[in-house]
Design a binder for this molecule. Structure first.
Ligand code: MG
Length: 160
């Protein structure tokens, strides 16, 4: 088994679409970023890459590369998992926390969980997503940024 962690933070930007875990959340300010700025998928992807010993998101999908301008971050997670599978690993589980003052995410967590499970090709029971507010302090708490943290466990894929 291999464990990995992932961490990300994006600045809130009015006029952008908020995408979290591959789901578009209507009626909320979006996040600044070169890709679609899906802070949650970025954290999960970094956790997969970490567990697989494959470096980080920025190395594989640099923001200096125009190919990834406004990119759908589902591609990043899919690619990271493909690399892990190539080395004989399968996804045992993901646990993640999104930190956001706004919007309140409780009602979206089920859809986000199913979305990540679908991207990863695993049953939703292997994915857990939690939400926390920022208690009014720091950049998240002031509503200036949304952050995410993820832990991933990979296990040796069954042979055959
Ligand atoms: Mg990011």
């Amino acid at each position: 088994m291999r464990v990995g962690i992932g961490e990300d933070l994006h600045r809130v930007e009015e006029g952008r679409t908020l995408v979290l875990g591959g789901i578009t959340i209507e009626g909320a300010a979006g996040l600044a970023g070169h890709s679609d700025a899906d802070v949650l998928l970025h954290a999960v992807t970094d956790a997969v890459l970490g567990a697989a010993g494959k470096g980080d998101l920025g190395t594989h999908f640099p923001s200096s590369d125009d190919r990834w301008k406004d990119a759908d971050s589902r591609v990043f997670l899919g690619e990271a998992l493909r690399m892990a599978r190539e080395d004989g690993w399968s996804l045992a589980n993901v646990d993640a926390t999104v930190r956001a003052e706004r919007p309140r995410l409780a009602s979206h967590l089920g859809a986000i969980r199913e979305s990540i499970a679908e991207i990863a090709g695993v049953e939703p029971a292997r994915v857990n997503v939690k939400a926390k507010s920022g208690e009014g302090v720091d950049a998240v708490g002031r509503g200036e940024a949304i952050g995410a943290t993820a832990a991933v466990l990979l296990e040796a894929a069954p042979r055959g």
